[in-house]
Design a protein around this ligand. Sequence first.
Ligand code: NAP
Ligand code: MG
Length: 399
Amino acid sequence: MSKIKMTTPIVEIDGDEMTRVLWQMIKDELISPYIDLKTEYFDLGLQSRNDTDDRVTTDAANATKRLGVAVKCATITPNKQKLEEFPWLKKMYKSPNATLRSILDGTVFRAPITVPCIKPSVKTWEKPITIARHAYGDIYAAVELHTDEPGMAELIFTGSSGKTERVALPQLDGPAVLAGYHNKDASIRSFAKACFAYALDTKQDLWFSTKDTIAKIYDGRFKEIFEEEYAFLKAELDAAGVAYFYTLIDDAAARIVRSRGGVIWAMKNYDGDVMSDLLSAAFGSLAMMTSVLVSPDGCFEYEAAHGTVSRHYHRYLKGEETSTNPTATIFAWSGALKKRGEIDGLPELSAFGARLEAATVAAITGGTMTRDLAPLTDGSVEVKTVNSAQFIAAIRERL
Ligand code: NAP
Ligand code: MG
């Protein structure tokens, strides 16, 4: 059989623990036998990040900017516990995803992979719901303070022109907690641009929700910028049959439950953090959630929404059998292959990505699945619980 040819390489970003093991299995069994794979490889495994003082992460981000399409394996974000586990670690490196996001300036889109025998908890959802999460600022870049006495607080802005502005908080009559947070027009605008670009790319309606009735200036600014970008693209969106709709976050929460799905729900950083976990649980499992970072200049970085599955890896190291679900990581690869094919005008490559997804879904629909999914099925299939290697073999058989 002749292999499918590629022209431009995909940026391949390897990672850690159980997902690193799955990564190799996926490449060996499901990609390399069919595709003359061209990648620029970056090892973001903790050892290699440590050896390069994390330069490899920056290099991977810059390669993504240059080549436009990347696929990333889950990586460890070192914490205190990891410092104890790996005494050779020079420092607690920043999350690779945070570094990638700060260089690519993107928005994270998360969508569940749905299969007919696993029904979402919400009966009306017929299609997947995609979360678009702004990935900069708000409480994630806040400064905080606790005071144990009464007093007064002010927000003071000193402009580069020397002009100052002050706003007083309500008088504090006792111990209190305070926070100051911010966002930037440029970041909000790139978030809006990425959302509209993704809506056009996937031909789904875009909902955006904040709480601008309360945060009139802060959330109001988000709403304004989205409206400006919408006005700019309205003709193109209309022609593609894609609608834009703004509503309050609480109204959106109620509407999403009554909807049929098939929309992109854009949210501020914290709202997106909370709602993406709620949605992935309602659709079934974190191992069935795809994630793509889309930059405003059109770069795409595909990954699974879950982490390195450390608990399974420790069992794997002891020689025990693991039934880790590789689906989201397979979809990261298929997403990257489809996008590369689309950009480079290689329909065979895109078609392969689609077939890989179909074969994965078919294996599950046929009843062969990993342990996390088995309890979620609706009883319509006879379930055969398998380990990761057997699951990948079942996909290959169908491929
Ligand atoms: P995790 O790797 O997502 O795993 C948490 C639990 O979810 C697992 O123990 C497992 O539950 C279940 N799970 C997740 N993915 C699964 C899969 N593919 N198949 C079957 N079950 C799955 O989160 P974590 O254990 O909190 O984090 C581990 C490491 O990943 C940390 O170092 C963290 O920093 C990193 N992380 C990286 C990324 C990323 O690179 N994008 C994202 C999140 C976390 P059971 O044990 O009950 O089976
Ligand atoms: Mg979270």
